[in-house]
Ligand binder design. Structure first.
Ligand code: G3P
Length: 224
C-alpha cells in the first residue's frame, strides 16, 4: 500500500519528500484554507508539485459538470500531470466520464458507501477515495465499509485504485492495508506517529550509550 500525505503544508510535504516513504500528496479546499486562508492556490499547488514530484490531487470547487471541467482545464494548465479531485455527486460523475475520455486522471472524493465507490469506478475514476475517520465519527465502522469495497473490487475486477482517506490513526492504516487499499492518504502528524515506538527510542539510546562506553574503554586500553 502506497502512502500519500494529506496536507497543503509545505514544510510537512518537504519533510515527507526528504524521508522518501511518501509518493504523493492529496489536498482539498479545507486543507489549503487551514494553512492560509489568503493563499494563492496556484502558487501553493505548484510549490507542492515541485516538492513531491509524484501524485498530486487537486480538488475542484464547482458543483456543476461544466464548472468542474473548466476548473480541471485551469489546473491542468498549471501542471499537466495533475489528478483532478472531484466530489462524489451526480454532476461529478459526468465530469469524471468526460475527463476519463480525455485520459485525464481523476480522484473521486467523499465516498462513504460501496455503491458510491462502484458508481465512481463505472464513470471511469482513476482513484476512489473512501473516507474512514468521518465514517467512524458517525458510528459506521469504516473498516467494514472499506473491506466491502475491496471485496467488490476483487470480485468485479474494477481497475480504479482505492485510496483510504480521512485517516485519523495508525489502526486506520493497518485496516486499510489489510482490506487491500492501494493507497492511504494520511495527515502528516499521523504519518510521523506511525513511524515511532518508545522501544525504538530506548533501544537506539541504549545502542548509542553502549557504543560510547566501548569507545571510552578502548581509549583507556590504548592509553589515550
Ligand atoms: O482529503 C480528504 C480526506 O482525507 C480528509 O480527511 O480528516 O478531513 O476527514 P478528514
Amino acid at each position: 500500500m502506497e502512502l500519500y500525505v494529506d496536507t497543503a503544508n509545505i514544510e510537512h510535504i518537504r519533510h515527507c519528500a526528504e524521508l522518501g516513504f511518501v509518493s504523493g500528496v492529496t489536498t482539498n479546499p479545507s486543507l489549503l484554507a487551514q494553512e492560509d486562508p489568503n493563499v494563492d492556490i496556484k502558487q501553493r499547488i505548484l510549490e507542492i508539485h515541485k516538492l513531491i514530484g509524484g501524485h498530486l490531487s487537486v480538488e475542484v470547487i464547482s458543483t456543476d459538470t461544466k464548472g468542474m471541467l473548466k476548473e480541471a482545464d485551469e489546473i491542468l494548465s498549471w501542471f499537466p500531470d495533475a489528478t483532478i479531485k472531484i466530489p462524489m455527486i451526480p454532476a461529478g460523475l459526468a465530469a469524471v466520464k468526460e475527463l476519463n475520455n480525455n485520459d485525464i486522471p481523476t480522484n473521486v472524493t467523499l465516498v462513504f458507501t460501496p455503491t458510491q465507490a462502484m458508481a465512481a469506478a463505472n464513470a471511469g475514476a482513476t482513484y476512489v477515495s473512501v473516507f474512514m475517520g468521518r465514517l467512524d465519527d458517525i458510528s459506521t465502522p469504516s473498516n467494514e465499509v472499506l473491506n466491502t469495497v475491496c471485496d467488490i473490487w476483487e470480485t468485479q475486477g474494477y481497475d480504479a485504485l482505492i485510496i483510504a482517506a480521512s485517516i485519523r490513526h495508525s489502526q486506520h492504516l493497518i485496516d486499510a492495508a489489510l482490506a487491500g487499499a492501494d493507497i492511504a492518504t494520511v495527515p502528516y502528524k499521523v504519518l510521523m506517529q506511525s513511524l515511532g515506538h518508545p522501544l525504538t527510542e530506548t533501544g537506539l539510546k541504549q545502542f548509542l550509550a553502549d557504543y560510547d562506553r566501548m569507545q571510552t574503554e578502548r581509549m583507556k586500553a590504548i592509553g589515550v
